[in-house]
Unconditional design. Structure first.
Length: 297
């Protein structure tokens, strides 16, 4: 029972990170139909910013704010420099561009910071734990779960109750009609990328709190997991992205707990294999929405 509860908490914590990454990917995809594979590099930007600020002796609060701000700025720069002129391009062109941007950013990180891992000196309270009988739960896991829940609720309120949020939801459903109603395309895309950068920055803080070192390719694995979570849940649906993130985490943690250590090297392959089976059964994802031809443009 104790072990099961511990694994449940681990899955919730990991799922929270995957959910935030999946949300960041899904927000951009829902409007631009762009699978932004450079989303992981936004997390890497936040990681290197956190490393630089803490190494310079900055207070951890300032380092956190700087990391999130750097991720948002990087997302806005990507939108302006790499994607703005390609809004009406074919999906394959957008896909190849996102790959190219991802590789280019990793090369910049490599030239700037080198290939060696940069250890992030986190405050001591990050490792503090809550003892409940024989169960030991890290405060970090509790914080990740609670903050992610607050972000999801806040994002839901923002999308349902604010003018900008309603415009983003409307654009996700029918971008052409939204523009005809007087909503500027630039404002929509900037808002989507800013939200994506914010979520990437928060997810990066949680990720690097659990893996306290950063390398040029640090963002690739969480981005891949977040994208797969979107696909499992159903691309184009924000609630589905969150559900997909938690489902993927429970599959991963559950497989690791149930399988013997000899299967550890194949854990990702097993989890992705299960995801393929789900997609074979539901090609559009568990909660996927069929897109019309107008929505695909």
């Amino acid at each position: 029972m104790q072990l099961a509860l511990q694994q449940f908490i681990n899955a919730l914590s990991l799922g929270s990170i995957y959910a935030l990454v999946a949300l960041g990917v899904a927000i951009v995809f829902s409007i631009l139909r762009l699978a932004n594979f450079a989303h992981g590099e936004l997390m890497t930007v936040a990681g290197y910013t956190l490393f630089t600020a803490l190494s310079a002796g900055a207070h951890w609060v300032f380092a956190i704010v700087a990391a999130i701000a750097a991720s948002i700025v990087a997302a806005l720069v990507l939108e302006r420099v790499a994607y703005r002129r390609l809004r009406n391009a074919q999906p394959l062109t957008l896909l190849m561009t996102s790959f190219a941007v991802s590789v280019a950013l990793q090369s910049i990180f490599l030239l700037t910071f080198g290939a060696r891992p940069k250890g992030i000196e986190l405050p001591l309270f990050v490792d503090a734990a809550l003892q409940i009988g024989a169960l030991r739960v890290q405060w970090l896991d509790i914080s990740i779960i609670l903050i992610t829940g607050a972000i999801v609720l806040g994002l839901t309120f923002f999308l349902r109750k604010t003018v900008i949020g309603l415009a983003l939801r409307s654009a996700a459903d029918d971008f052409r009609t939204t523009r005809l109603m007087g909503i500027k395309a630039n404002a929509l895309f900037i808002g989507a990328f800013a939200l994506s950068g914010l979520l990437a920055g928060v997810a990066a803080l949680f990720y690097f709190a659990t893996v306290p070192n950063v390398v040029p390719s640090s963002g690739f694995e969480p981005m891949l997991k977040g994208f797969i979570a979107c696909v499992i849940g159903g691309l184009g649906s924000l609630p589905a992205a969150v559900i997909g993130g938690f489902l993927l985490a429970f599959l991963e943690v559950g497989s690791e707990a149930l399988l013997s250590d000899s299967f550890s090297p194949y854990l990702d392959a097993i989890v992705f294999g299960i995801a393929i089976i789900i997609l074979r059964w539901r090609p559009g994802g568990l909660f996927g929405v069929r897109l019309t031809e107008e929505q695909r443009v």
